[in-house]
Design a protein around this ligand. Structure first.
Ligand code: FE
Length: 347
């Protein structure tokens, strides 16, 4: 008698355990992220608390993630892909790594110019935070009015003064892509030629290296994303404080097109096994609470206008006029931008 009874009970127990594990399997989200900020931990654990969906994170830089996703193909476990810069989001879109998402929450909260192209099936990616490309200059030797626009960096009066990172970096390709949209290909090529002629040194390093280059006097004027500037301002290292005392910054093109804006954002992976959870996660990222964590983690601005971020250093930069070109268009122009750079020898 004892054995069958136990059998029954055991079968029931096994059935229950497998039901729980099937249920648990549904409540998982595989996140491929090129972001690596500590505040993101809070972001993800809040999502799990609110929804019961556990997040498995794969973190790598944008190029590694793109390669991995392409290699995995249809078998990729990725549900959500987060990347930085419109050029990379556009590249992932062209490579067919996203699927369109129709969400009234995302459409009402994320401005249309910060979303991927929508052919009626929904956008393939959404921007969740914004950054500006600013001009940094040496306060001792440069008059701000001589370097107040991106175009001015090609002016012969700035000969021997200009530093940038590699022209082929996505941040530069996006900026030049926006310039093509504004000024046309020929004017942009003339500009790129002028910048090359004005270089203080051949392009090298990242944006922080350009800021330090200005501080050291090797460069007089440079380009950098706003969050690198804010990060340096917030640094407690004496050498960073010293460097930042020597440089000033400019919101470029305030009398004309506005400062070039880029995004950090993401979308639902093409073959997402947990599509519903993925959409839920993107909608969560557009909430006021998540927006504050997402943007502040990297000293950026939230994409959602109603979200507020407590970041006095970022606030101290003040308000400025933003460029109003669709991020999708900027991404699309990066090939033309690269061709121009190749023709003028902008490495
Ligand atoms: Fe960056």
């Amino acid at each position: 008698m004892k054995i069958p009874y136990c059998k029954q009970l055991c079968f029931a127990a096994v059935a229950l355990v497998s039901a729980i594990s099937v249920h648990a399997q549904e409540k998982v989200l595989n996140l491929y992220s090129a972001r690596h900020y500590q505040t993101d931990d809070q972001l993800y654990s809040n999502f799990t608390k609110q929804t019961g969906i556990k997040i498995n994170r794969i973190e790598a830089d944008d190029n590694q993630l793109l390669t991995r996703l392409k290699t995995e193909g249809k078998n990729s476990p990725a549900d959500v892909i987060l990347m930085v810069d419109a050029a990379r989001l556009w590249r992932a879109q062209i490579d067919g790594l996203f699927q369109p998402v129709k969400s009234s929450v995302l459409n009402s909260r994320i401005p249309a110019n910060l979303r991927g192209k929508d052919d009626g099936k929904g956008a393939e990616w959404f921007g969740f935070s914004t950054r500006a490309r600013i001009i940094v200059y040496d306060k001792a030797t440069v008059k701000p009015e001589d370097v107040s626009t991106y175009e001015s960096l090609a002016d012969p009066k700035n000969s021997g003064k200009v530093c940038t990172r590699s022209g082929s970096h996505p941040y530069m390709l996006s900026m030049i892509g926006a310039m093509i949209e504004r000024n046309g290909e020929q004017a942009t090529e003339d500009w790129a030629k002028g910048v090359v002629a004005n270089f203080a040194r051949p392009p090298r390093g990242g944006d922080t290296d350009q800021i330090k280059g200005v501080a050291s006097g090797e460069c007089r004027v440079a380009l950098a994303n706003s969050y690198y500037y804010v990060r340096m301002l917030r640094s407690t290292k004496p050498e960073d404080k010293e460097a930042m005392s020597k440089v000033g910054f400019i919101w470029p093109n305030q009398k004309t097109s506005g400062a070039h804006i880029n995004i950090s954002g993401g979308g639902v992976a093409k073959n997402a096994p947990n599509r519903d959870s993925a959409v839920k996660f993107l909608e969560y990222l557009a909430s006021d609470e998540a927006q504050a964590y997402f943007a502040n983690g990297n000293n950026e601005w939230p994409a959602v206008a109603s979200a507020s971020v407590k970041n006095p250093t970022l606030d101290s930069l003040g308000k400025f006029k933003m460029e109003n070109i669709s991020i999708a268009t900027i991404g699309k122009n990066q090939i033309a931008a690269q061709k121009i750079l190749d023709r003028v020898g902008y490495k």
